[in-house]
Design a protein around this ligand. Sequence first.
Ligand SMILES: Cc1cc2nc3c(=O)[nH]c(=O)nc-3n(C[C@H](O)[C@H](O)[C@H](O)COP(=O)(O)OP(=O)(O)OC[C@H]3O[C@@H](n4cnc5c(N)ncnc54)[C@H](O)[C@@H]3O)c2cc1C
Length: 241
Amino acid sequence: MEKYDCIVIGAGPGGAAFARGAALKGLKTIILEKEALPRYKACGGGLTPAVKNLLDFDYSPMIQRKVEGVAFLSRGEEGIVYYPDSMPVEMVSRSDFDHLLVTKAVSAGATLVERMKAVSVKESRDEVVIVTDTGDIFSAQVVVGADGARSIASRAAGFGRGYGGIAVEAELYPRDPAVLDEYGKHSIFGFGFIPGEGYGWVFPKKDHFSVGIGTSRARMPGLISIYEAFVKQFRFSERGA
Ligand SMILES: Cc1cc2nc3c(=O)[nH]c(=O)nc-3n(C[C@H](O)[C@H](O)[C@H](O)COP(=O)(O)OP(=O)(O)OC[C@H]3O[C@@H](n4cnc5c(N)ncnc54)[C@H](O)[C@@H]3O)c2cc1C
């Protein structure tokens, strides 16, 4: 059994940022990540201004586009409503951005183990023991469950099975780059297209759009047709995306 001061499960932004902070404070820290990095993450990849205050290093090479603000599209209403003074958003690719964060954690002294999934988290009076799918066993006084929406750490701590929503996202590359100029100044949210408490988004990146829909329901029959209908609201769908 290998002993650490701190075990972080999951190398997403939460886990990587925590591991970096712990390593910088001199704690012997290990990050367990089930995927090989960089890994794909279904996400709009929009960073709000708060991120600048959270990170004390330069991540500007990751920014593919800065949008001026947010715009809204409502089903049954005419056109997209642009809010000129709304929040600027920085657009990144999650695989690149997340990879930068975990690289920073490793530079700070954290150990990263990829392709290793935590399968059990057991807490005793003095320590927490993690068993992985490779049969490795680690223990620490502090375990950070940064293992996403289906977190096993969260379940082990008694917080239930987690969030049950569903989403579909695709990266759409327009053949006509002028479409990116047309839609590239705002992140667009669409309401009323998805049953329940769902919404759609169109986030412009350097050379493509992240377009997705999501709902808080655990099941959504016809999700792909709903997605296609949402995409049809935008002229870029007629122009080769
Ligand atoms: C469709 C969609 C769009 C979104 N768009 C945006 C957006 O535009 N802007 C924004 O700010 N947020 C957005 N979010 C939210 C954002 O993705 C999350 O808030 C963020 O990813 C949470 O980071 P995290 O580090 O906690 O977890 P995650 O990024 O989910 O990372 C968890 C990591 O843990 C690993 N892992 C899981 N289980 C285990 C295990 N048992 N053992 C080892 N490793 C494990 C996973 O492989 C993963 O790498 C979006 C979310 C969704 C679903």
